[in-house]
Each structure stands twice: as structure tokens, then as C-alpha cells.
Design a protein around this ligand. Structure first.
Ligand code: COA
Length: 154
């Protein structure tokens, strides 16, 4: 098992943003990735957590969270991934657990996310933490690109 630490990113430099941009494309593809114009905004106004391998702090996984403007007791996990070479090693569980603990300690009440219904490993991970399928968002990310909505009550 790799030695992994979980870190809330609170400041950044251009090198970190460049790395995160590359990880976005590696893990989510060109279409679903956010870029150097959005990642700093997510760090400053949302919340970005990373799983890092020790020693050396290579990033193994990323979780980006935003808080709802309409209902600040709700958060939305905008993106969650573990790099291919680190999958299946419980790092996703470790990262998501830390994020959920942080949201709970900040007194949030619900966490939303959307996932492709065919993404078996992600659905299994979210279900493990108690997320419940709460509907479908049709054409959410383009025509025919449907997503299942999952909600966790904290
Ligand atoms: C989904 C993802 C984040 C899981 O991360 P991970 O670190 O590999 O997951 P973990 O090793 O912590 O496993 C957590 C649970 O997920 C499920 N899981 C993980 N890999 C799985 C697989 N290949 N098949 C089925 N279930 C799997 C299991 O329930 C597992 O728990 P268990 O091993 O105790 O049974 C990772 O596969 C990933 O980054 N995928 C690509 C990006 C993505 O789809 N992100 C989600 C977008 S909504």
C-alpha cells in the first residue's frame, strides 16, 4: 500500500495549476476537464482536496467541491478522480472520507454529485458512503449526456 496523505489546497502557484490541468485531462478527458481559468477559482471560492503519495507529494487523486449559492448548507462534488496507476488501492475511499468529514465539521447538511449510471466503480464508492440515487439529470452536460443525481445527507 502506498503512503498517502490528504491535503486541502489553500494556496497555489502556476506549477500546481499546470499539474492539476494535466490531471484533469488524463482522468476526465478534454471535454469534461476544467482549465487554468477555473481551477484557481475552485481553490479560492470552492474547496479542492488532493491525495498525495509520500514521499515526494505526487498527486494521486483530486476532489473539487463547490457550495450552493441558493442553499449554503448544500455542497456539490464537481469532480472526483484517482489517477489510473493508483486506482483500486482504497485511495478514493480515503479522499472522499476526508472531504465528507470536512463538510460535516463545517455543518453542511447535504452533498450532491452526478455520475454516469454505467460508472460502476464510482457508483459503488458513493453508495459505500451512503449516497442515494435521487433522480436523473437529462442532457445535463449536452444532448444525450444524462447523469444520475446522488445525494448524501450528512
Ligand atoms: C471511481 C474512482 C474514483 C474510484 O477510486 P479508487 O481509489 O480506485 O477506489 P477505491 O480503491 O477507494 O475503492 C472504493 C470502492 O469503489 C469500488 N470500486 C473501486 N474500483 C472498482 C472496480 N474496478 N470495480 C467495481 N468497484 C470498484 C469498490 O466498492 C471499492 O470498495 P472495496 O474495494 O472496499 O470494495 C476511480 O476509479 C476513478 O478515478 N475513476 C475515473 C474518474 C471517475 O470516474 N470519477 C468519478 C466521476 S463521477
Amino acid at each position: 500500500m502506498e503512503r498517502i496523505t490528504i491535503r486541502h489546497i489553500e494556496d497555489f502557484d502556476f506549477k500546481l495549476i499546470k499539474t492539476l490541468c494535466e490531471l484533469e485531462i488524463e482522468n476526465l478527458g478534454n471535454e469534461a476537464s476544467v482549465n487554468q481559468w477555473v481551477i484557481p477559482v475552485l481553490i479560492r471560492y470552492g474547496m479542492v482536496y488532493v491525495a498525495e503519495k509520500l514521499p515526494g507529494n505526487e498527486i494521486a487523486g483530486v476532489c473539487q467541491v463547490i457550495r450552493s449559492y441558493n442553499d449554503p448548507s448544500n455542497a456539490f462534488i464537481h469532480s472526483f478522480y484517482i489517477r489510473p496507476g493508483f486506482r483500486g488501492m482504497k485511495i478514493g475511499k480515503l479522499l472522499l472520507k476526508e472531504v465528507i468529514n470536512k463538510l460535516r465539521s463545517d455543518d453542511l447538511k447535504k452533498v450532491h454529485l452526478t455520475v454516469d449510471s454505467e460508472n460502476i466503480s464510482a457508483v459503488a464508492l458513493y453508495s459505500f458512503f451512503g449516497f442515494k440515487r435521487s433522480g436523473i439529470r437529462k442532457d445535463e452536460y449536452g444532448r444525450g449526456v444524462n447523469r444520475d443525481l446522488y445525494i448524501l445527507t450528512l
